[in-house]
Design a protein around this ligand. Structure first.
Ligand code: DAT
Ligand code: MG
Length: 139
């Protein structure tokens, strides 16, 4: 059975461009409840750990530099079938291939600076949530 939580980040490009409010509104209108949330900034080391699964990919250094370049909004979102439904809401990794109306189609600049993160499995949603939040910060 699919879990009911996913983890997201509004990435530095979208925070810088002033899109926090519009992105959170779209998330709420799609039926997700915010179970945890903070404005924070990843150090290069923490960004490297978060994306360790991609360390052999050619874009890893660029990804770590970008994700630590400015503040992000980290959040845990709750809804039935959260992981899959949130991946649909954000659209494809490359915004030029994202369905019209998805968060990445609306707000992302490029495949590297693509506005939002969404967990890709229930297991990773849990790992990523506990990476960013203590139990006392989850509601
Ligand atoms: P997603 O974020 O859709 O799960 P992913 O897990 O494959 O995508 O990659 C993680 C992030 O790495 C992605 O959001 C942006 C960056 N990235 C992926 N492919 C890239 C590429 N070809 N060039 C630059 N950055 C890339
Ligand atoms: Mg991914």
């Amino acid at each position: 059975m699919a879990g009911n939580k996913t983890f997201t980040m509004i990435k530095p490009d979208a925070v810088k461009a002033g899109h926090i409010g519009n992105i959170l509104q779209q998330i709420n209108l799609a039926g997700f409840r915010i179970a945890a949330m903070k404005l924070t900034q990843l150090s290069p080391q923490k960004a490297g750990e978060f994306y360790a699964i991609h360390r052999e990919r050619p874009f890893y250094q660029e990804l770590v530099a970008f994700m630590s370049s400015g503040p992000i909004v980290a959040a845990i979102l709750e809804k039935d079938n959260a992981v899959e439904d949130f991946r649909k809401l954000i659209g494809a990794t490359d915004p030029s291939k994202a369905e019209p109306g998805t968060i990445r189609a609306r707000f992302a600049k490029s495949v590297g600076e693509n506005a939002v993160h969404g967990s890709d499995s229930d297991e990773n949603a849990h790992v990523e949530s506990t990476f960013h939040f203590a139990a006392t910060e989850m509601f």
